[in-house]
Design a protein. Structure first.
Length: 445
């Protein structure tokens, strides 16, 4: 059900008005269907005239200009004053639907920014601990949508993106977007549908509570919402809750009001909203990735958790994006990806192009070094010890930056391919194994 947004009347400068979110105020200017209103909180905001209503009737209308509009305090009395009569709430118009009238009509398709992951006209919360790359992931997805390309096996809805980032400066976004565009075979000039608002080091609060605990939008939110209405993006990214939300994260009501404010804009503009957030210590411990009140998760229609695998043997570049909640799809899906040269690449269990090139280089370096070592009369072995081949090779100046782990992988692949083998040499009383290229013979087999 939606409230009617028809204007109450034709407005003129000086009219007293009220707004459903910001309360009462007075019009100070009018232009092209919008009004500049000075509200009772002292802020001046630009709003569409269709959202303005006549002010509520005062409980005690003034008889003349000198009579105050609010009742004056009465002198102290031994008798209790009667309770003031409750004010009548203003009337509202609602749209009521009879579902039987839908019979025979085509069923509208559910709209997604990214299928089964990020719904349109809703708020998706993406949790991730500091350093996992949630900002980079959101930036990459938004940039891909603006360029009209796939990324990480996902197909974002092609169109405009607006990114408000309160954690990074413009130079950092410049560096990241260079990497993202190059990784997709594009250039910065291809981001003409991308808009960025870097607010690092500034007051970035979008909503703050009043004395009663109710959340109210800030002038920054007003400016942001007005820009989004004019720009009409498919995706809005807000980074992060800690910088943008001025309330108490553990208060359910404040969380729901904040999400409701974002959702209202998503519906009005017909876009998706991604809100980035840090998980609590308990959220990381339990693996839920959540933080604060349940009002956050309950109010959002999609909740994702970006994490990295744990353990000494875990790949530090690996990330897993888990679907923790999705009202319109399957919970529990995972997207595995790796950080590579400033961007995330899909990790589907098969080496990506960059990894294939790196593996090929490691195999070439291993063979070149093995040949050089054997020609020099040294000996390296497959088994770990003082002569362990990958360790000896990685310490050489001609190793071309190859690490022990890369050379270990190269050695295993070369064994499987038959390009290297083990020979045994020395007298019967002191036989020793030696690693050689299959194409070279430096000792009896």
């Amino acid at each position: 059900m939606t409230a009617s947004t028809q204007p109450d009347t034709e407005w003129t400068r000086g009219d007293r008005v009220r707004h459903g979110m910001w309360g009462g105020g007075a019009i100070i200017a009018l232009s092209d269907g919008r009004a500049m209103v000075k509200f009772n909180d002292g802020e001046i905001r630009s709003v569409g005239v269709q959202y303005l209503k006549k002010p509520w009737p005062l409980p005690h209308p003034p008889a003349n200009d000198n009579e105050p509009t609010e009742p004056q305090a009465s002198p102290p009395s031994r008798q209790a004053s009667p309770a003031p009569a409750p004010q009548a709430m203003p009337s509202r118009t609602i749209e009521v639907i009879t579902p039987s009238e839908w019979h025979g009509l085509p069923v509208p398709e559910r709209e997604w920014y990214v299928d089964d992951l990020i719904p349109m006209r809703q708020v998706t919360i993406v949790y991730g601990d500091g350093g996992t790359g949630k900002s980079l992931w959101a930036l990459q997805v938004g940039a891909a949508g603006a360029m009209g390309v796939q990324t990480l096996g996902l197909t974002p809805e092609a169109g405009r993106t607006f990114y408000l980032g309160a954690e990074d400066e413009a130079d950092e976004f410049h560096r990241r977007l260079i990497d993202i565009t190059h990784a997709h075979g594009k250039h910065l000039k291809d981001l003409s549908d991308f808009r960025l608002a870097p607010l690092a080091g500034m007051d970035a609060l979008l909503s703050i509570p009043d004395r009663t605990g109710n959340m109210h939008p800030t002038p920054l939110w007003t400016a942001t919402a007005d820009y989004v209405r004019d720009f009409k993006p498919n995706l809005v990214v807000l980074d992060t809750v800690a910088d943008l939300f001025g309330g108490d994260e553990i208060k359910r009501g404040q969380a729901r009001q904040f999400i409701g404010m974002l959702k209202g804009l998503a519906i009005e503009v017909n876009c998706a909203v991604i809100l980035l957030a840090h998980p609590s210590v308990d959220g990381m411990r339990t693996g839920t990735g959540s933080s604060g009140s349940t009002g956050w998760s309950n109010s959002a229609r999609s909740r994702l958790y970006l994490t990295r695998p744990e353990g000494k043997e875990a790949d530090p570049d690996l990330r897993i994006l888990k679907t923790m909640k999705i009202n319109y799809g399957k919970v529990g899906n995972e997207l595995k990806m790796k950080w590579h040269e400033g961007v995330f690449v899909l990790d589907d269990g098969r080496p990506n192009m960059g990894a294939q090139m790196l593996n090929a280089k490691a195999e070439r370096v291993f063979q070149d070094l093995l040949s050089a070592i054997n020609r020099g009369g040294e000996r390296v072995a497959k088994t770990k010890g003082t002569n362990y081949a990958p360790k000896i090779m990685a310490e050489r100046p001609d190793a071309e930056g190859m690490s022990v782990s890369l050379l270990e992988g190269a050695m295993q692949r070369l064994f499987v391919a038959g390009d290297i083998r083990i020979v045994t040499e020395g007298p019967p009383s002191k036989r020793r194994q030696k690693l050689v290229l299959a194409s070279e013979d430096f000792g009896p087999s």
